[in-house]
Design a protein around this ligand. Structure first.
Ligand SMILES: [Zn+2]
Length: 438
């Protein structure tokens, strides 16, 4: 089947001083061909102004100029940023008592505070899935209240800085906010423990704007195994992937139009979820297991399944997931992250790789990628390695937009399906007097 892009609207948007690196050209109406079963779309060259990104000189400064130009041509969509977690840790969730224009390394933490507005602008971030994460310690207790607080923090950040951020809940919204010069701001829910085994709560999170859910954080839920169960010596409960209720969770996410995120889950949960999901999945912040054998990373056989599912692996910058056995090195470098990206590209193709840096959620960093200002340096390295501008756009955001669109299409195709009302009685998984017996 030929690959077709229906290009309906070409919007030329110019900001800043008018130099070529500040021009934004984006196709607001480009659509995926619904007849293409493989959905390996976005491959047809599009009428962006990419030719202006190509420099005749091969110097590090021209690589960087070209990287910035590419990031002005299509939104860089990062799959995971834990800024809201740091608001809880360092500011009691006070958005209005914190200045995101200031350098938070000076007031929060010199290493962990990796995000602020000047750095976001320097990094040319186009859109962000802001993570709503709460500790696994809240599971079976006040997890829903804590999650609500983090959703509120994310919305307050967007509300406080309308000149920088725009709330986004659709794939189309990402492109529209980019054309307005704003950072499209979506919400990702990190950890299925946040639904407290309730599909009703899952549905309400969707209503509140949650557009992906990571099926687990680093703890099992009553219905899904997390990555720890794959570690040697693990001696806790093993469910064996997704339970029957866990499969219902995935099906309900498909019905709702919520992206299934498989970062943090066990290998068997990855495989089960990909088998059950009729929509493409993402790994919002995971790297390649073959290069760094940490169980937060994606093994090769799951990479192949992700390709078949038409999903995307968004590469994590955390140094502990970038460099570890079998490839021991004293430090993780920017070039090692580029190696992960190229490894995934080489194994399953450039249509299935993206960026999920994990900023503000990592206590140590990769050299050269210390904060959100550094994305252009990574793209410059890939340009040095010969990447085309179109492939860089795919890595930056085209692949994720394709997944998001497909998830929305499948949601629309399931509109006649009624909500799934399966439940697990709380008595089966929590022994607590604080549950209402009704
Ligand atoms: Zn995480």
């Amino acid at each position: 089947m030929s690959q077709v892009l229906m290009l309906t609207v070409l919007v030329m948007f110019q900001i800043g001083d008018g130099s070529h690196v500040n021009k934004r050209f984006i196709l607001v109406g480009d659509k995926v061909d619904p007849n293409n079963e493989n959905n390996v779309t976005n491959s047809t060259p599009v009428q962006t102004n990419l030719s202006t990104c190509v420099s005749s000189q091969n110097s590090s400064s021209s690589y960087l100029d070209r990287a910035k130009c590419v990031l002005d041509s299509y939104p860089l969509i990062d799959g995971h940023n834990d800024l809201s977690e740091l608001f809880r840790t360092y500011a009691n969730n006070s958005v209005y008592g914190t200045d995101l224009y200031s350098d938070l390394r000076l007031t929060w933490d010199p290493i962990e505070a990796q995000t602020d507005i000047p750095k976001l602008k320097a990094g040319k971030l186009g859109a962000q899935f802001w993570s709503s994460w709460v500790t696994c310690g809240s599971q079976y207790k006040d997890v829903i209240r804590m999650t609500m607080d983090q959703l509120d923090v994310i919305k307050n950040i967007i509300r406080k800085y309308p000149e920088v951020f725009k709330y986004v809940s659709t794939s189309q919204g990402i492109l529209e906010s980019f054309n307005e010069g704003k950072i499209g701001s979506m919400i990702g829910l990190e950890g299925g423990h946040s639904i407290d085994s309730s599909l009703g709560v899952l549905r309400m999170y969707y209503e509140l704007g949650v557009r992906y859910m990571t099926l687990t954080h680093s703890c099992n839920t009553p219905w899904a195994d997390n990555w720890h169960v794959d570690e040697p010596g693990y001696n806790g409960t093993i469910l064996g992937g997704l339970t029957p209720f866990g499969k219902k969770v995935v099906q309900e996410m498909n019905r709702l139009g919520m992206i299934v995120d498989l970062a943090h889950v066990s290998k068997k949960t990855m495989i089960d979820a990909i088998k059950v999901s009729v929509a493409p999945v993402i790994f919002s912040h995971s790297s390649a297991f073959r290069l760094c054998g940490h169980h937060r990373n994606v093994p090769d056989d799951v990479l192949y399944l992700t390709k078949a599912n038409n999903g995307v692996v968004m590469v994590n910058f955390y140094d502990k997931f970038v460099v570890c056995p079998p490839n021991n090195k004293p430090t993780a470098e920017l070039t090692d992250v580029a190696d992960h990206i190229e490894y995934i590209r080489d194994i399953i193709g450039v249509d299935h790789v993206g960026i999920g840096a994990d900023y503000d959620g990592i206590p140590s960093v990769t050299h050269g990628l210390e904060d959100v200002s550094k994305y252009p340096d990574l793209f410059a390295e890939l340009i040095r390695r010969g990447w085309s501008d179109l492939d860089l756009q795919k890595l930056a955001g085209r692949n994720v937009v394709r997944v998001f669109r497909k998830v929305e299409e499948i949601r629309d195709s399931l509109s006649s399906m009624i909500p799934i009302e399966d439940h697990i009685p709380p008595q089966q998984y929590v022994n607590s007097d604080c549950r209402t017996d009704f």
